[in-house]
Every structure is written in C-alpha cells, then in structure tokens.
Design a protein around this ligand. Structure first.
Ligand SMILES: [Zn+2]
Length: 359
C-alpha cells in the first residue's frame, strides 16, 4: 500500500443463514512517513459501542500527510453481536475469551484468528476499547501489564485518570497479544449500548496521546497530569437483597469504612450500609439499583503507594496525588451526569459473566 493513503478493507468472515456475506470492516491510514504500526480495535464485545465512536472520531482527525507509521483500525470486531446489540456471538461465545483463535474452530475462534492475522500481527502496538459489562458503568481507565516498561509508557501517555494492572483474562486479545510481544493496552470506560461523551472524549484524546508518544503525530496536548496506578481492586458486594442508593460518584476518593451506599427495602423500613473496604477510588458501579444478596455493587481501586524517597522509608498510601481534590480528573459535567453510577438507567441486570473485569 502506498504511503500517505487511506484504505477501506472488508475481510470476509462468513455467511449469515440468509446468505448475506458478513465482513470485518478495517480501515488503514498509512502515513507519509515511516513509523510505528498501531492497531485500534473496538466492539469485540458487540454491545460496547463507545469505542466505535472513539475510532470514528480518531479516523476523522488523522491526516495521512501528517502521520508517521500506520494505523489499522477495526472499529466493529464482533460484527454479529454489534448488529444484534449483544456482547456475544450468535452461539453465545465470548469473542474476548477466544483468542488466539483457529481456522477450524467455532465462529468465535475463526473471527479471533482473522483479527490476529490481519490486524494485530502486523502491528507492534495496540489499543483495545471496551466499556463496563451490561448493568455496569466504568470510570475511564486503562488496563494493562504495568510491569512492562513500554506498555506502561503507553498507558501513561493515554492519560486516563487511572491505570489498572492486569494481564487480562485467558483468551482475551490483550493477554494473547501481550504474550506474543505486542504492546497492548485496554481502555475501559462507560457502559454498554450508550454513548458516554466523557468516556469518548478521554478515549479520543488517549489514542492521540499514545500516537504522539510513539512519534506518529505531533503532540496533541500537555500531559501535566499523571494518572494514578492500582495493582489491587475489590468489588464491594451487597450483604442482602434490596434497592441500592449509591452515595458516591465514579472517580471519587473514598476512605476505609466510609459509607458508600445504602440498601433499603422498597418501603424504606430498614436500611443496611455498604462501607468502603479501604482507602481508594471508585472506578465502577452498577447501573441497576435492584440487587440480590452477593451482587457486586461498587468497584474500588486501591492506589499503588508512591516510590519511597529513602529505601528504608515505608511508603505512604496517600502521598503525592490528588491532594485535596477528592476525585480523579475527568472531563465530566456533573449536571448532565454523563459519567456516574447515578446517571444511568434502563440497563438490564448483569450477565454474570464476571465482576466487571470485562475486557
Ligand atoms: Zn468488553
């Protein structure tokens, strides 16, 4: 492919029962200069549409004449689930548990294999875009192997408010590609089947930030704010069934034993408190207030201690970030509630596939 050009590619995946050919849409922006090859993928879970819009906006902003390297974008990887508003493939398989895939396996395995061969393998770096699972809302966050220097550098350049250390579930694109030596990060933000403007904005700026750090485009912003990192997270669960009234916002800083939510019965005759299991930040929560005993309600990230100044000095959890602010940085307008557990409604209950460790 010639430099300084865009290309539209439709890769055949298979026929529907109606005989309509389903294709994997891929867009390539080939820069005028040599450089890094970056793949960007979205809607591996077909109902996670924020990433589709993020890629649309990024592709619109890129000019091949000003680009060094190549962007390979697959904005709708699970084309079947996307069409039916579903996380899964038609046989209920989870595509993000099906990597690296195979030529002779299930539809999920074949689609995973196509994505690996045609989109991921040609690239050295990748960004995979997700949202919370159904019934969940996520604070914009990057998940990746923070122990890997180059991957951590990309995560920091993305500039989401928080970086979560995780190598990803077995069979996920992230885990598989990272093991194959690719520098892959996952961006998780917002909820399914809805555009969350703040989540999209952080995502668009994040991809451009990573591209700038890789020398693909001119720097797009000043990165004066450093994201915090977390190696440990915990879902706080309902100790009994009822109706949850969440009293904290996504991104809010909470302290040990702080009251996070109240579970009441429909008549308001009895109340049970949910308290924080430690000092941390709220990074996810449910959108449906009706819970059963044991349901996950809020996701708390415990922040990594800063590196001690003296080798012998014990690290202080609270040092060095967000002093006095009480919340992680987000371009959120509280009035329109575009990010926040209290803002959402109408989602179905959790599919129970996991506890928000979605990607
Ligand atoms: Zn996902």
């Amino acid at each position: 492919m010639r430099r300084g050009r865009r290309a539209r590619i439709e890769i055949p995946v298979g026929r529907m029962p109606t005989q309509v050919m389903v294709t994997l849409p891929v867009r390539v922006v080939h820069g005028a200069e040599d450089g890094v090859r970056l793949c960007v993928t979205a809607a591996i879970h077909g109902d996670e549409i924020n990433g589709v819009e993020i890629i649309r906006q990024v592709l619109d902003l890129l000019d091949p004449a000003d680009l060094a390297g190549t962007v390979i974008a697959a904005p709708i990887v699970n084309v079947f689930g996307f069409s039916s508003h579903s996380r899964y493939l038609p046989d209920r398989r989870d595509l993000n548990r099906s990597f690296p895939g195979s030529r002779k396996g299930s539809l999920a395995a074949r689609l995973a294999k196509i994505l690996m061969d045609e989109v991921v393998d040609p690239c050295s770096h990748g960004i995979d875009l997700h949202t919370g699972a159904a019934g969940r809302m996520n604070l914009p966050q990057v998940r990746c192997d923070l122990e890997d220097g180059e991957i951590r550098r990309c995560a920091e350049a993305f500039g989401a408010p928080i970086m979560i250390h995780s190598r990803g579930p077995g069979g996920s694109l992230r885990r598989t590609a990272t093991r194959a030596g690719k520098n892959v990060i996952v961006y998780e933000a917002g909820e399914v089947l809805r555009y969350n403007p703040a989540a999209i904005e952080v995502g668009v700026q994040g991809i451009l930030g990573v591209m700038a750090s890789l020398g693909m485009i001119a720097s797009s912003r000043d990165s004066s704010v450093e994201p915090v990192s977390s190696h440990r997270q915990k879902w706080v669960r309902a100790q009994r069934g009822g109706i949850v009234h969440i009293q904290v916002e996504l991104g809010e800083r909470v302290v040990n034993r702080q009251q996070l939510a109240v579970i009441s019965d429909p008549m308001g005759e009895c109340e049970y408190l949910i308290r924080s299991p430690g000092d941390g930040y709220v990074i996810g929560g449910i959108t449906n207030p009706l819970v059963n005993r044991g349901d996950a309600v809020l996701h708390i990230a415990f922040i990594d201690p800063p590196a001690p100044i003296e080798p012998d000095m014990p690290a202080q959890i609270d040092n060095g970030f967000a002093e006095g602010s009480g919340a992680l940085r987000l371009p959120v307008d509280p009035a329109n509630g575009s990010v926040g557990p209290s803002a959402a409604a109408g989602s179905s209950a959790s599919d129970g596939s996991n506890d928000g460790h979605d990607a």
